[in-house]
Write a protein that binds this ligand. Sequence first.
Ligand code: T5A
Length: 267
Amino acid sequence: MLDFIMQIDDARQIEAPSQAYSTFLEPRLEPQPDLLPRRGMLIVFEGGEGSGKTTQLGRSHAWLCDEMCDEKSGDHPWHQQFSGQRLSVLKTREPGGTELGRHIRELLLHPDMVEPTQDRAELLLFAADRAQHVEGVLWPALRRGSLVLCDRFTDSTVAYQGYGRGLDLRLIQQLNQIATGGLEPDLTLWLDVAVETGLGRAQRRGSADRMEQNQIEFHQRVRQGFCELAAAYPQRIRRVDADRSADDVFQDVQQILQEAIAQWYSP
Ligand code: T5A
């Protein structure tokens, strides 16, 4: 019997991991080497409820697909830059950019249950959606050199779960790193609109989802979160005044996209 126990102990010693457990406690913050280099460009549309980002993303997608199609010719710098090669433009969103994500989106926005969703559970569901989306959709497209337009990304988690719900910002940053493996947007368009205006637009559209049903103070904190992010990352985040007609907003969006894309893909 004693021999048997000693054998088990020996086996445990042999199979023990070579690294101490404490080294696993910190999330790895560096992008994983096998995911590099990246050739495509990730452009994210962010904003509060009813800011019009989905509208602007849809218009941008249609415009870019049209501008970059093979048949186009002319004096526009893009046509010379991309002559002979078609740049693919992908439209996607969070939550819900994958099959798993569409289930998570339903759980998050239209839960069919009486039990309230706890804040940290909500945070983890958004992170699970993102991990699936990054691995399964974003990285493959970026590796192919595509231009990816994404409706919401990590800044939404900082603004909604961090500033809105009041969850720990450092925890959120670490979780975002885990979910993305270090992937960051190359450009973020923050469509900024007064909270009352945005909620009014969302209400006129139809019944409110679980996030929209939050108190107005929640949405004001969310806007403050986007404001802080824009101040912290001025190189990446471009604020667009979304308190105007969709046509006027789109003019600004086009100009920003045009400059950024030409620069990104310049030889
Ligand atoms: N969330 C998401 C988190 O809490 N954490 C996270 O990490 C992530 C990723 C997602 C929800 O999840 C939260 C944020 C959200 O609450 P969603 O449906 O993707 O849900 O997000 P919403 O912001 O709710 O997206 P919407 O599509 O509902 O709103 P948009 O995109 O801001 O606005 P849009 O374009 O759909 O327009 C809304 C209405 O306004 C009109 C449109 O026609 C439409 O009817 N409109 C305008 N009206 C007047 N002037 C303009 N300039 C207009 N632009 C659009």
